[in-house]
Design a protein around this ligand. Structure first.
Ligand SMILES: C[C@H](O)[C@H](O)[C@H]1CNC2=NC(N)=NC(=O)C2=N1
Length: 98
């Protein structure tokens, strides 16, 4: 899988307003009510990652989750990162699906 151009990435990000592109990855920060809600979302995301065989670089501090998506084998952002970002959106922002 080859990495996408900066132009392609910015175009695709128009439908993912929570996400920014820099340092060869797409990044988002999500804030939850509390640690339990945050970690519950992380568990659900983890199952998607296994299903897609694609994994985030992420950090959690109490109720805040920071996620960076990049394709290590391509040294940049690929379609796999956008697939996973969409799956994450469906988990953390279910209201946006309507
Ligand atoms: C063997 C396995 O398919 C690879 O190691 C996968 C697993 N998950 C991955 N996740 C990410 N983000 N980038 C990769 O290149 C990657 N490679």
């Amino acid at each position: 899988m080859s990495k996408l151009s900066a132009e392609d990435i910015e175009k695709r990000l128009l439908s993912l307003p929570e996400w920014d592109y820099y340092d060869d990855a797409i990044h988002a920060e999500f804030e939850f009510e509390n640690f339990k809600d945050c970690f519950s979302a992380m568990s659900r995301i983890a199952f998607e990652c296994e299903a897609l065989n694609h994994h985030p670089d992420w950090t959690n501090v109490y109720n805040v989750l920071n996620i960076s998506l990049t394709t290590h084998s391509a040294n940049g952002v690929t379609n796999k990162d956008f697939k996973l970002a969409q799956a994450i959106e469906a988990i953390v922002e279910p209201d946006d699906e309507d």
